[in-house]
Design a protein around this ligand. Structure first.
Ligand SMILES: Cc1ncc(COP(=O)(O)O)c(C=O)c1O
Length: 309
């Protein structure tokens, strides 16, 4: 028995996602980069790199991790780089993507000839979370004015646009991409590549992958660009679990169980986005409110037999 708590990554389930990624790569011609901000467990990178083209990052240490442990094509992006990070970032990157024209103006000369990208903010998104929504008022996520971008287009090699979030709906993706073409169409034809970011749940069982791939191929051909996708969650969804043991049970108006993990340490995104954990198999006859060990609220309510007591 492995001592809990631990994350269990099921490689067979991971492979289901990776094979669906392959299907899209082959049918669309798009390159697919793992977004390390979502998943950076390098013990399974051997398997993942057979089905993905490289990584993208959101900080200096992520781009270094991508270069050293994953390989393939390594994209560097960050909402903002500090002056002292620049040379090291460039040393690990195949392409550098700036979030703003301000960062571009400050650091482009230090790219040593590496291709430079710029993040665009298309003013529309499929994000249900304010925190990650580029269309929220006063968003810092990318440049939105095509005229300002046009002024430096001769020095820009590609664009990155990330405006999907947990988007399972192909029609909505298609609509958003059409909006991007309407707003930035004149610029798209002047660059070599466009990354459409993450948040597109194209590895879902019922996702219309062939239609998705055809849309990406048509986009690439229309604008003469190499398309990139940056899945994080879509690459690893449904393939891992956090395994815990119940340490104590109490009754205080309800049956309560305390497990040997904490939401802050092991499932921080649930805290940030105010979500509940999914408990599996959740089939037993008893209802418990499941708490972590720290002061924070319950992780979820579960129906369980709790054999580990
Ligand atoms: C620029 C960028 N690319 C890719 C991703 C990965 O998104 P997801 O894990 O939702 O696929 C993110 C997540 O925030 C991101 O900000």
């Amino acid at each position: 028995m492995i001592a809990t708590p631990y994350y269990c990554i099921d490689k067979r389930r991971l492979l289901v996602n990776l094979e669906r990624i392959d299907e899209v790569r082959q049918a669309s011609g798009a390159k697919v980069l793992l977004a390390l901000k979502c998943f950076a467990t390098w013990s399974v990178f051997d398997l993942m790199r057979e089905h993905m083209d490289g990584t993208t990052s959101s900080s200096l240490y992520e781009v270094r991790l991508g270069r050293e442990t994953f390989g393939g094509e390594t994209h560097a992006y960050s909402v903002a780089y500090a002056d002292h990070e620049m040379d090291e970032v460039i040393s690990h990157a195949d392409k550098i993507i700036f979030n703003s024209l301000g960062q571009f103006g400050r650091f482009a000369d230090r790219a040593h000839g590496k291709p430079i990208g710029l993040r665009l903010n298309p003013g529309a998104s499929a994000s249900g979370f304010d925190l990650a929504d580029p269309t929220r008022p006063f968003s810092r996520l990318g440049e939105s004015d095509p005229a300002k971008v046009a002024a430096v287009i001769d020095r820009i090699d590609g664009f990155m646009i990330h405006n999907n979030c947990e988007n399972h709906d192909f029609a909505r993706f298609d609509e958003l991409l059409t909006g991007i073409e309407a707003r930035f169409g004149a610029l798209l034809g002047q660059v070599n590549w466009v990354s459409l970011g993450g948040g597109i749940h194209f590895t879902g069982e019922d996702y219309p992958r062939q239609a998705f791939a055809a849309r990406l191929r048509a986009f690439a051909e229309r604008h003469g660009v190499q398309v990139y996708l940056e899945p994080g969650e879509a690459a690893i969804t449904n393939s891992a679990s956090l395994e815990v043991t119940v340490l104590d049970t109490l009754h205080n108006g309800k049956d309560l169980a305390v497990v040997d993990s904490s939401i802050e340490a092991h499932m921080l995104d649930l805290l940030i986005y105010r979500l509940s954990a999914r408990v599996e198999p959740n089939t037993g006859p008893h209802r418990y409110l499941v708490y972590g060990k720290s002061a924070w609220q319950a992780t979820s309510s579960a129906s369980s037999t709790f054999r580990n007591l």
